[in-house]
Write a protein that binds this ligand. Structure first.
Ligand code: 5AD
Ligand code: SF4
Length: 489
């Protein structure tokens, strides 16, 4: 069941919590535990100088879900009359949308907050959003007292209210709920890319992979109603978007909460059928919930892009069991066989973690051999990073850092060889690209294929951004494809 928002406010009021250099010393007993023992350095929120009032700067780290959350946060603030600015100097509110998937990403947050501290102007509000906000909560105030807003992704709809509280002089606000069963729908989303739109269809995660913080930072799975999704897709098509990417931590676990009860594959088809939409992508798929119906939908409807991101994490059944991934190596390979048997070629990419506690040389060898077998079109590879709250945190037989690095190096090298081979096979082939970038070089552009390969190409034509062009691949490297516009025009 949903519980109400945990929306905490510490008020600077007479007789209440009195904090601040202009008033006196911190009254320790009245502070939350995380803040005790720390001398207050920063006072209650003062008004921003008139020149920058009503403006915000938003910086984003992490996955596409975070990027898209930031687009929604920007939309919510713009709809309330705030103006987005491109540097912290010009902003009355600085928001930092954070990632905590691995320790390094989380550490970055505090060093960035340190930078913000040195440049902070009187009256500026500094807010931490996203996964580190959710994970660290009030601890952030203790480590960075110049921060006055901490808000996890499930509380974003409350952001304008929280900011209003700060602007009214409150010192600190938090929004740390993870248990709302609503998804974050906005009246306006300020999208970064005018041709490809992200759209979250399912938030949170109900899986319990033993290494992963996401179930803690983003809360349980909540799917968005299919009618609301399709309404937004139609609006996007009307605005000129031709490619949409459906997002979710486990996008294919989608469960339509409305009476229509569309399955994920039915939703894919319905989205692809919206007039004006030429391409539908989806990420990330969980292998356990990846059924034949998805492949059949891809076979039947060309608008559904022929790319599947299907993280395997390890090629060893023993490690997969310890990771609580809920499938074996053979079961995963069964899903790959199903995808490879499709009537049109479907590219497959993956995520892999090396150095999970207890991973033996043989387990690692199993991952290498899986790479050989599957021949992924791309792989994101990571060293295992212990994360707070996760069940793998206390597992024995941690792999030393140097050994993790050694395994990662070997894995990446193997993947590079595989990609170089696959890319070389594309030389001489033709692909349709959606053009999304113009290079600074004369006549050079780049775009992506339906199977998610980026191709840099030359064309004598002008004004190609947002267009679909036919390109013939002329040369290939392990990470690049170079081609020429061969469209009839
Ligand atoms: N350590 C290393 N990699 C991780 N990932 C998730 N949690 C961890 C962790 N604790 C990787 C997984 C996931 C991707 C988004 O990040 O491979 O699929
Ligand atoms: Fe994390 Fe596993 Fe959920 Fe993916 S499926 S978000 S790895 S818990």
């Amino acid at each position: 069941m949903a519980k109400g928002f945990d929306f905490g406010v510490e008020r600077l009021a007479a007789g209440g919590v009195v904090v601040g250099v202009h008033v006196g010393e911190t009254q320790e007993g009245s502070l939350k535990p995380a803040l005790r023992g720390q001398k207050a350095e920063f006072a209650g929120q003062r008004p921003a100088p008139p020149g920058i009032r009503g403006t915000f700067f938003l910086e984003t780290f992490g996955c596409q879900m975070n990027e898209h959350d930031s687009e929604k946060v920007a939309g919510v603030l713009l709809a309330r009359g705030y103006k987005q600015v491109q540097n912290t100097e010009a902003a009355s509110i600085i928001l930092y949308n954070t990632c905590s998937i691995r320790e390094k990403a989380a550490q970055k947050v505090f060093s960035r907050l340190g930078e913000y501290r040195t440049t902070k102007k009187e009256g500026q509000i500094i807010g931490v959003l996203g996964c580190v906000a959710q994970q660290e909560g009030q601890e952030i105030f203790a480590r960075a007292p110049w921060v006055s807003l901490v808000c996890g992704s499930a509380s974003y709809r409350k952001l304008p209210e929280m900011i209003a509280q700060l602007e009214a002089g409150n010192m600190r606000v938090t929004g740390l709920d993870t248990d709302t069963d609503e998804t974050f729908e906005t009246e306006m989303t300020r999208r970064d890319n005018p041709w490809r739109a992200y759209l979250t269809i399912i938030e949170g995660c109900d899986k319990a992979c033993s290494y992963c913080v996401v179930p803690f930072t983003r809360g349980p799975e909540r799917s968005r109603g299919s009618a609301s999704i399709l309404r937004e897709i139609k609006e996007l098509a009307d605005l000129g978007y031709t490619e949409v990417q459906l997002l979710g931590q486990t996008v294919n676990s989608y469960a339509d909460p409305s009476d229509r009860k569309l399955s994920f594959s039915e939703l894919l088809v319905a989205v692809a059928e919206v007039p004006g939409i030429r391409r539908v992508r989806f990420t990330t798929s969980h292998p356990r919930d990846f059924g034949k119906d998805i492949v059949e939908a891809m076979e039947a409807v060309p608008g559904i892009c022929n790319h599947v991101h299907l993280p395997v994490q390890s090629g060893s059944t023993a490690v997969l069991r310890a990771m609580q991934r809920t499938y074996t190596r053979d079961e995963y390979l069964g899903k790959i066989a199903m995808i490879r048997a499709a009537l049109r070629p479907i590219s497959v990419t993956t995520d892999i973690i090396v150095g999970f506690p207890g991973e033996t040389e043989k387990d690692f060898g199993d991952t290498l051999s899986l790479l050989e077998t599957v021949k992924y079109d791309g792989a994101f590879t990571f060293k295992y990073s212990p994360r707070p709250n996760t069940s793998s945190l206390k597992m024995p037989d941690a792999i030393p850092e140097e050994e993790k690095s050694r395994r990662l190096g070997i894995l990446m090298e193997k993947q590079r060889e595989i990609q170089a081979g696959l890319n070389a096979e594309r030389v001489g082939k033709r692909h349709e690209l959606l053009v999304v970038n113009k290079s600074r070089r004369e006549n050079q552009w780049s775009g992506h294929t339906t199977d998610h390969k980026v191709v840099v190409f030359t064309s004598r034509r002008q004004e190609l951004l947002g267009d679909y062009v036919q390109v013939e691949v002329k040369s290939a490297g392990e990470n690049s494809l170079v081609g020429e516009d061969v469209s009839d025009w």
